[in-house]
Design a protein around this ligand. Structure first.
Ligand SMILES: C[S@@+](CC[C@H](N)C(=O)[O-])C[C@H]1O[C@@H](n2cnc3c(N)ncnc32)[C@H](O)[C@@H]1O
Length: 205
């Protein structure tokens, strides 16, 4: 009862996320806010795959202080995830994706918490030595997702979080499902924390 009321209040706080195009459900938006809100001050959040900023906005609203590094080529490239390419191309719109992202973050007052890294995830991993929260929602192919996991997850601090969007228990052909089932659940470095719809979260031990 109390929890439901709290969730309603948070959804009201982040209500503007409805105005941003993307693929997050209400529950997933809540989940991102919750995790970001749990982080210590001056947290470092790395988001791989920002698109038009729906998830970036939710994380930024939860973050008490620190930065969210938004990594995306901002060119609607699905990478090795060929199955998503048409959807990205069809939904890109006429405005440049980075201009759209920056304008939206400014419009909703969260831009000061965000550092844009325009490019592919493989270009930036050396820029980080500690990560409090890693959100992987970029290239959804098995290879793309595993590369992101391998390059970035060793930098997550003990007590920090990793989250994937699009975990579908029975769809082993998807990168997030594959990496979670084959690597994270078998690793002693991570422990399942919570799932909000397809947003799957583990804690670094
Ligand atoms: C599903 S969308 C992200 C949705 C976003 N998180 C949201 O909530 O609205 C995936 C994004 O990842 C980007 N992407 C694909 N491969 C990438 C890579 N290797 N590094 C960073 N971003 C990548 C795509 O271009 C696309 O913008």
């Amino acid at each position: 009862m109390f929890e439901k009321l709290r969730e309603k209040l948070i959804l009201r706080k982040i209500h503007e996320y409805h105005k941003i195009e993307g693929w997050l459900s209400d529950n997933e938006a809540l989940g991102l806010y919750h995790i970001a809100h749990k982080l210590p001050r001056n947290a470092v959040v790395v988001e791989i795959g920002s698109w038009k900023g729906k998830s970036t906005y939710c994380i930024s609203k939860g973050l008490k202080s620190g930065k969210i590094y938004a990594i995306d080529p901002f060119n609607a490239d699905a990478g090795l995830d060929v199955g998503s390419q048409k959807e990205y191309t069809d939904n890109k719109g006429v405005e440049d994706l980075l201009v759209n992202f920056n304008n939206t973050m400014k419009r909703f007052g969260v831009h000061k918490k965000i550092v844009v890294k325009k490019g592919y995830s493989t270009q930036f991993h050396k820029d980080f030595n500690r990560i409090d929260f890693l959100f992987i929602d970029g290239d959804h192919s098995i290879e793309g997702c595993k590369t992101d996991f391998d390059l970035y997850s060793p930098k997550i601090v003990s007590g920090g979080f990793i989250a994937f969007h699009d975990f579908y228990e029975k769809r082993d052909e998807l990168g997030p499902t594959h990496v979670i089932k084959k690597f994270i659940l078998k690793s002693t470095n991570f422990k399942f924390f919570r799932q909000y719809d397809t947003l799957w979260i583990a804690k670094r031990q």
